[in-house]
Design a protein around this ligand. Structure first.
Ligand code: AMP
Length: 437
């Protein structure tokens, strides 16, 4: 039998309700903050990621799925979404109409990382990017929106880690200080960090090797090196989060795995998922649009790791159940033909209908209706057809009613409406029915 590729996975129908619920929660919330959806391709030119994420990052150095086209051009399965959204903002001239564009996208990313729990080679992200706003209010609002998102999913115990990575004016001094300190402690660094120390010393702060983490504990803090503008921006982000009662922790060693960040960087972490503890991360990238050939426009964004979020949500988030409104149990060929017609009509009108076209016994059909959690079962056999009536059973109250076959569709809809427990806009978020208790 042909098996899945290592690091890839199927998301099965019984898991999908939770995925959909999370995605719909994000869409509704982000749209109320003025974000609009964008869909970008899964394949891009390799150069896009090399130039944006940075040559000396783990992603570009060893994690990208890159291969040549027949013409020899290198193309890459996207390892993240920001670079593609920026490419689209520039190429489609989205800035020309209004430089302020707030965009979100949901989809798979690909990284050749070592697979383990919470780390896959195809994983899913929800990304949001806000272009054209340099104000620190935007940074705080994005973090606020993220915390509301997690609250809506009843996910608690998350911590916001916040840092500022400075800008091209102040970061070089920090890099020098860090590099000098790392030179002195070369003996304790892993071989990779000895190399990184020269090419990209910030990456050493991210290294998970215990010896390197020990060294990094005494590293200078980037927040001590910020220029006046960056320090003011950082202070205003913190004050704005305080104004909205968002708890956060300043983590001066938080650098994130991508090179394009400037100023604000943040990560949302949980201690409930073991080693892979980051559920979302993001930051400002004020120079990236221009660096990729666009106008000089500031930007900030984040990515939520959907796979890890689903793992957390499994025990915390209540997903509204959507069982069939009606199950049609038909016995005999003439009744099955009617069941076929009625199920087509009911489905067309948005009544969630399940029907079994097999010739199984009533007992077996009722068992299946029960297993599916159907609200009602319409029981019809050839004898009922002859009498011009069918039986509609309310599976919750067990009440049974005779229903006339002439005009049966409106009869069914009337009964379903009468028994309906649909709650309009439960929690202000959904119009799905309340789960049965
Ligand atoms: P990044 O794009 O590296 O900033 O990651 C943003 C979020 O995506 C992380 O906080 C994780 O939740 C998630 N993520 C990143 N890499 C993986 C992976 N290999 N498998 C599953 N989730 C991931």
């Amino acid at each position: 039998m042909i098996q899945l590729i290592r690091g890839f996975k199927d998301i099965l129908p019984n898991e999908i309700e939770l995925w959909k619920h999370i995605e719909q929660t994000a869409m509704m919330l982000f749209e109320s903050f003025g974000f609009r959806q964008i869909r970008i391709p899964v394949l891009e030119k390799a150069e896009l990621f090399q130039r944006s994420i940075g040559e000396h990052t783990d992603i570009v150095e060893k994690e990208m799925y890159t291969f040549p086209t027949s013409k020899g051009e290198l193309i890459t399965l996207r390892p993240e979404a920001t670079a593609s959204v920026v490419r689209s903002y520039i190429q489609q001239r989205l800035y020309a109409k209004d430089p302020i564009q707030k965009l979100y996208t949901i989809g798979p990313m690909f990284r050749k990382e070592r697979p383990q729990k919470g780390r896959y080679r195809q994983f899913y992200q929800i990304n949001a990017e806000a272009f054209g706003v340099s104000s620190p209010y935007m940074d705080a609002q994005l973090i606020f929106m993220l915390t509301v998102f997690f609250q809506r999913l009843s996910i608690t115990g998350l911590k916001v880690h916040l840092n500022s990575l400075g800008c091209p004016a102040c970061r070089p001094a920090f890099k020098r200080a860090l590099s000098e300190m790392l030179m002195e402690r070369s003996d304790a660094l892993c071989s990779e960090c000895i190399r990184r120390r020269g090419t990209n010393p910030l990456r050493v702060l991210d290294c998970k090797v215990p010896g390197c983490q020990e060294v990094v504990k005494n590293a200078p803090a980037i927040t001590d090196y910020l220029c006046e503008d960056c320090a003011r921006h950082f202070d205003e982000v913190k004050a704005s989060l305080g104004r909205m009662d968002i708890p956060y922790e300043v983590s001066p060693r938080l650098v994130r795995g991508l090179d394009y960040y400037t100023r604000t960087a943040f990560e949302i972490q949980t201690d409930e998922l073991g080693a892979q503890n980051a559920v979302a991360g993001g930051g400002r990238y004020d120079n990236l649009v221009e660096a990729l050939g666009g106008p000089s426009q500031p930007a900030i964004g984040f990515a939520i790791g959907l796979d890890r979020l689903v793992d957390l949500a499994l025990t915390k988030t209540r997903v509204p159940e959507l069982p069939p409104d009606i199950f049609i149990a038909a016995m005999g060929e003439a009744a099955r033909q009617k069941a076929f017609e009625w199920s087509c009509e009911l489905g067309r009108e948005g009544v969630k209908t399940e029907v079994d076209f097999s010739s199984r016994s009533l007992k077996a059909l009722m068992k299946r209706a029960n297993r599916l959690g159907a609200g009602h079962v319409l029981i019809v056999g050839d004898q009922e057809l002859d009498q011009g009536t069918a039986i509609l059973r309310n599976m919750r109250t067990k009440a049974q009613a005779q229903i006339e076959i002439s005009g049966i569709l409106s009869g069914i809809k009337g009964q379903l409406r009468a028994a309906s427990d649909r709650q309009p806009y439960e929690d202000g978020q959904t119009n799905t029915p309340k789960p049965k208790t």
